[in-house]
Ligand binder design. Structure first.
Ligand code: NAD
Length: 477
């Protein structure tokens, strides 16, 4: 997905701003080195503080999300604030057990000895967040960073400026400056941050910038978690309940006006299924957003005129089953839910991730062709399937590769705290949420201890002769 619409060339920062950013980075490193985050009780206290802070600042966050993205209060509760609160509660509940050292079995050679796997913090992490779920995707990684005992520098997206300001206020007011600091800004600020040494960079956004992040990280051998996007396909098989499938697909596609990393990007079905499905899709759009979606309190707006223009250009009115450019309103950044019929693989709308309220329908001759098309493209963040056949579900699971595979539903699986969420290949690397988040933001360190007496390790030292040699050959072949 191109974001060039809102990205100017990196301009230079004035020296005072630069010094302030470097001071934040240095303070977080010093705080980590001083042991601020070492105690689990201190981490739990920061997570509690974050939970209290979110509750206290909820009206401010909701207002900012409405301003930036036209999100309704309910959608913000469901997809932004609620999921983060749920993540915090889940993490607080389980953190001590997740951190409990795991016993390692060391085998006969080392006996007697004790082995444990200990989860240690990484240090200071940089979190670079996108604009589409700006609260969720900024604070979600932060929960894992704090739980893991790291200090964190948070860079919210400048493309959702009201939410960036509300997040900065929240974190500066409610969390300790020895734990979390916020740098607001765009390319210039992020470029400076990427030149600094961090112990992990957690980036969510498009894959073009993902490459910039990975290149910068390589300079310091810094590990990265890259949460990227791509074209998430949906296949609808013959014989499913089309009314329910249509409603779930329409909800997944048009939530946040299609600006969701795991939104179904395009839909594939046989010609016969599509003919039957189309009226259900149209009906579902009307049921969810009315006949005048511009008046629906539950329908969002494009984040910027740049993104509005980009997605508008993908709409071919001749193919519009519902929606189209006629009611589009640039001043309001409103694009109606649009479904395009008869789309071919080489149409412009199939080139890049759409990331807007446009759903192309493509004819395939069955699940086999749908699978082949998915395999021919980059690995998506999520693949979706609706089928009554267990064998088809299994074929999708075995023959397609994606960050996750959701059968019979869209979007809702991402809210499950126990499920690792992340991409594979072009859709990213690393996963988080719940325990997976803790694992991504800590190092699993084996700690092995062996008493000096009895001195059984003599067996591995030369000279290799007699019974010792025979024993080593028995153990190692
Ligand atoms: P964006 O424009 O907000 O960019 C993301 C971050 O990158 C911002 O903080 C921005 O300041 C920074 N950035 C931009 N240009 C940069 C540069 N040249 N150097 C350094 N940093 C830079 O968001 P976006 O990329 O438009 O987000 C949308 C994309 O993110 C879509 O592809 C979507 O699928 C993907 N996404 C993925 C997930 C996920 O969890 N996997 C979630 C949301 C979005």
């Amino acid at each position: 997905m191109s974001t060039d619409a809102h990205q100017a060339a990196p301009d230079t920062l004035d020296p005072a701003r630069r010094d302030a950013i470097l001071a934040d980075h240095a303070a977080l490193r010093a705080s980590f080195a001083a042991g601020t985050t070492a105690e689990v009780s201190a981490r739990l206290a920061q997570l509690e503080a974050l939970r209290r802070g979110i509750r206290a600042e909820e009206p401010r966050l909701v207002a900012a999300l409405a301003k930036d993205l036209g999100k309704s209060r309910t959608e913000s509760a469901l997809t932004e604030i609620g999921v983060v609160l749920q993540e915090i509660t889940h993490t607080i509940r389980h953190l001590r057990s997740w951190l409990a050292p795991q016993r390692l079995s060391l085998g006969p050679l080392l006996a007697p000895a004790k082995g444990q796997l200990v989860r240690e913090p990484l240090g200071t992490v940089l979190i670079i967040a996108p604009w589409n779920y700006p609260v969720n995707l900024t604070l979600g990684p932060l929960v894992a960073a704090i739980a893991g005992g790291n200090t964190a520098l948070v860079k919210p997206s400048e493309v959702a400026p009201a939410t960036s300001a509300a997040l900065a206020h929240l974190l500066r007011t409610h969390l300790g400056p020895g734990w979390v600091r916020v740098v607001e800004g765009a390319v210039a600020e992020t470029t400076l941050l990427l030149e600094q040494r961090f112990d992990l960079i957690f980036y969510t956004g498009n894959s073009r910038v993902g490459r910039i992040v990975a290149r910068a990280a390589a300079e310091h051998l810094t590990p990265t978690v890259l949460e990227l996007g791509g074209k998430s396909p949906v296949f609808v098989d013959e014989g499913v309940d089309l009314a329910v499938a249509a409603r779930r697909i329409v909800w997944g596609k048009f939530t946040n006006a299609g600006q969701t990393c795991i939104a179904p990007d395009y839909l594939m079905a046989t010609e016969r299924t599509l003919e039957q499905l189309k009226p259900h899709l149209v009906k579902a759009v009307r049921a969810l957003y009315g006949t005048r979606p511009e008046r629906s309190a539950d329908y969002g707006r494009m984040v910027s005129t740049g993104h509005f223009d980009r997605v508008l250009a993908l709409i071919d009115d001749e193919k519009a089953l519902i929606g189209g450019s006629e009611t589009a309103d640039r001043a309001q950044r409103f694009l109606p839910p649009t479904i395009l019929d008869g789309v071919e693989v080489d149409d412009p709308v199939m080139e890049e991730e759409i990331f807007g309220p446009v759903l192309p329908l493509l004819v395939v001759d069955g699940p086999g062709e749908a699978i082949e098309r998915i395999r021919a493209g980059e690995k998506p963040l999520t693949a979706y399937g609706f089928t009554p056949h267990r064998a088809v579900e299994e074929e999708f699971a075995a023959r397609t590769s994606s960050g996750s595979l959701a059968l019979g539903l869209t979007l809702a699986h991402i809210g499950v705290p126990g499920m690792p969420f992340g991409g594979v290949g072009e859709s990213g690397m690393g996963a988080y949420h719940g325990r997976a988040g803790l694992e991504a933001l800590t190092h699993a360190k084996p700690v092995v201890a062996k008493p000096l007496r009895p001195d059984t390790l003599r067996v591995v030292t030369p000279p290799y002769r007699g019974p010792r040699k025979r024993l080593l050959h028995r153990l190692f072949g």
